[in-house]
Design a protein around this ligand. Structure first.
Ligand SMILES: [Zn+2]
Length: 144
């Protein structure tokens, strides 16, 4: 069997195009506030996205997931035999690169942190990052 995880960590994330398009559409739907949610699947391949309400008091520049909705989404994943592969959020005005707050707020090693940047409407960027040793570093993201 091909090894897709290194230790407990995801080494890349595969995001099907339709799922990418869906989270990008959600992000564009509320272009002044960050959207957020969870990505679920098996191995390295995402099969579902679970939007979660952003309850940050400063939603234009930060996200904080509604804890109950997050728990509910994790319950739905378990019920359908999926594992949590990623956490996504949008950046209305900045690049697809983790902010200092994103790094400070990251809490799940082993999952991909996916950022959707709406900075350029003509070229929406989506990028994935690996959380390890207190930092978020780029992780390969395959749109397939
Ligand atoms: Zn961010």
């Amino acid at each position: 069997m091909r090894r897709v995880r290194h230790g407990d960590r995801l080494i890349k994330l595969v995001l099907p195009r339709d799922l990418r398009d869906r989270i990008v559409a959600d992000a564009r739907h509320t272009p002044t506030v960050e959207i957020c949610g969870l990505l679920a699947g098996r191995g390295t391949r995402c099969t579902a996205a679970y939007p979660v309400r952003n309850i940050s008091p400063e939603p234009a520049t930060a996200f904080y997931m509604d804890p109950q909705e997050q728990i509910d989404a994790m319950g739905m994943m378990q019920a359908s035999g999926e594992e949590m592969l990623g956490i996504y959020h949008s950046h209305p005005r900045t690049d697809a690169w983790p902010s200092a707050r994103d790094i400070a707020g990251a809490a799940y090693p082993g999952v991909a942190y996916v950022i959707i940047s709406l900075k350029s409407a003509a070229a929406i960027e989506v990028a994935a990052f690996d959380f390890a040793n207190g930092d978020l570093t780029p992780m390969p993201l395959e749109i397939a």
